[in-house]
Write a protein that binds this ligand. Structure first.
Ligand code: 2HA
Ligand code: ZN
Length: 275
């Protein structure tokens, strides 16, 4: 059995390729991590290396102790993942204290897990608890239209949520919980990880101003689909604002309530303010 034939690895690689093809991963932009299921790790028996040194994560994630993650590599290009998975992605294990990781497979030409490992793992910790273990995917992408909007809209959760809900009827059904906003911060470290994971207690989507987006989900389809839907909605808004600065008509607060009722989703009233 070749490890690359395992379904979770194939799904991860396909998602990297899909993201690149959307134009969200210039150069080494973006990163993807997946919390591997116990039954999936069982299938890698004999293929993992448990001899490498334990390396500091840069933050603490005790609730992820002993978990395995499939991750993109720091400085690696999404464009190259499908061509050479074993040089661009890796399997890591978290130690018993939740402060260190060990590289057990992949990155064969050297390298480290994604530079955003602290944000990814803190988001995983929060979402694992909030979803009773269901959420397994954290995805960061440099989505062009969402980034553009962070220059022209107030960086407030209720503004981005409402504006993006209005751009397509499916949006409130796909991200009923809304969107959290992180102001500009230095990426890669613990501070932005803390700020993002705090928002992830409430949301499945967080936007980093002038940088990109983080999405959390149960599997590759749902998480990619979430990123895709939010970014498409942002693309429509960019087009609308480019045609004329004010909308002639849009979906109204009461219409969202009607939609919520028919589609059986909970749309928090904080996003249904009168305008
Ligand atoms: O270059 O996207 O946020 C990888 C990144 C850093
Ligand atoms: Zn980034």
């Amino acid at each position: 059995m070749n490890i690359l034939e395992l379904e979770f690895i194939k799904g991860f690689i396909r998602m990297c390729d899909d993201g690149f093809n959307q134009g969200w991963h210039e150069r080494n932009g973006g990163n993807l991590t997946y919390r591997i299921k116990a039954e999936e790790i069982a299938k890698t028996a004999g293929m993992l290396d448990e001899s490498k040194e334990w390396v500091a994560i840069g933050t603490e994630v005790p609730s992820l102790a002993g978990e395995y993650f499939l991750v993109t590599g720091s400085g690696k290009y999404f464009r190259n993942v499908a061509l050479a998975p074993e040089t661009n992605i890796a399997i890591i294990k978290i130690d018993d204290t939740g402060t260190k990781y060990q590289l057990q497979w992949g990155l064969v030409d050297g390298g480290k897990p994604t530079s955003e490992l602290p944000s990814h793992l803190m988001n995983h910790a929060v979402k694992k608890a909030a979803s009773n273990g269901k959420h397994r995917v954290i995805y960061h992408a440099h989505t062009t239209n969402v980034i553009a909007l962070t220059f022209v809209l107030p960086l407030r959760d209720e503004v981005f949520t409402r504006e993006l809900w209005e751009m397509a009827t499916e949006c409130p059904v796909v991200f009923p919980g809304g969107i959290g906003m992180v102001p500009w911060m230095v990426p890669g470290g613990k501070a932005i990880a803390v700020a993002t994971s705090k928002l992830m207690e409430k949301y499945d989507v967080a936007i980093w101003a002038h940088h990109g987006m983080f999405c959390s989900g149960e599997d590759f389809d749902l998480t990619f689909g979430l990123m895709h839907t939010v970014e498409k909605s942002a693309e429509i808004l960019v087009k609308v604002l480019s045609i004329q600065p004010t909308k002639l008509q849009t979906i109204q607060a009461d219409e969202f309530r009607e939609l919520a009722n028919d589609f059986n989703v909970n749309l928090p009233e904080e996003f249904l303010f009168e305008k």
